[in-house]
Design a protein around this ligand. Sequence first.
Ligand code: BDR
Ligand code: CA
Length: 303
Amino acid sequence: MKPVILDVDTGIDDALAIFYALHSPELDVIGLTTCFGNNTIEKTTRNTLVIVEMAGKSVPVYKGADQPLNRETRHIPTHVHGDDGLGNCPIPEPSREAEDEHAVDFIIRQVKERPNEITLIPVGPLTNLAQAIEKAPEIIPLFKEVIIMGGAVFVPGNVTPHSEANIYTDPEAAALVFASGLPITVVGLDVTMKTLLPQTVLADWQEKGTEESRFFADMTHYYMQAYETFLPGIGGCALHDPLAVGVAVNPDFVRKESWHVKVILEGEETGKTVASPAGEPKVQVCTDVQAETFLDHFLGRVL
Ligand code: BDR
Ligand code: CA
């Protein structure tokens, strides 16, 4: 089992990613760290606690960053994830609370205690990871892998024509992380926009899923409608964050290329991820995905 920390801004597709990870025997989810992003840190942390509980697990949750490294929060996508971040579905309050330890300290401690073992999967803004490597740069060579859902390297953005939401939300954090030399795999819109959950499959899931999984299908309906509004005729919604988990479970779902990636920090292209063949450090950019194989695997685990 691969020890992983999932860094989330829960969020509908984050919730699906958590549910998928917690039902994947290849992964040992040792903790979830939370970040602001799809909602405030209070709501993303509460949502994470609720989802873990709904999945019937007791993995600890660590609350993290409540704002970008050094700018104001500009973007809370309630139109995509609902006012509560989970599609405004009726859900209970969590019975547990977040741990006392801060997310950043939890990441630092785990990586130091288990050198070259931990896979970190950030699927929200990169603020917690940036703070961790600023506070303890000695952990940079101690990660096994960092699988980031974020960026739009060779394709258009989703929050602006240039930028993907997680990078746009805290571009300075992303710039620091991409320049750090961490062993990064980038699961960006290049592959996640090819990894759609079709409307017909969701309808089937809502009807036939287990009692536990039907909540996730109902929640996803909200997200599906948002996709149909922005991209009429798309016929599905993107499984962004679940694909990052999928790459941790089975790297063969994707094809990767080695590129130097930097993040634009100013002007109308703020948050754009720009690849060049020259320059160091290199990161592994996912450029293609076996979308159907992944979708079957995801559904096999969550249905
Ligand atoms: C990313 O942005 C968030 O809204 C989603 O949860 C996902 O992590 C997609 O651009
Ligand atoms: Ca997310």
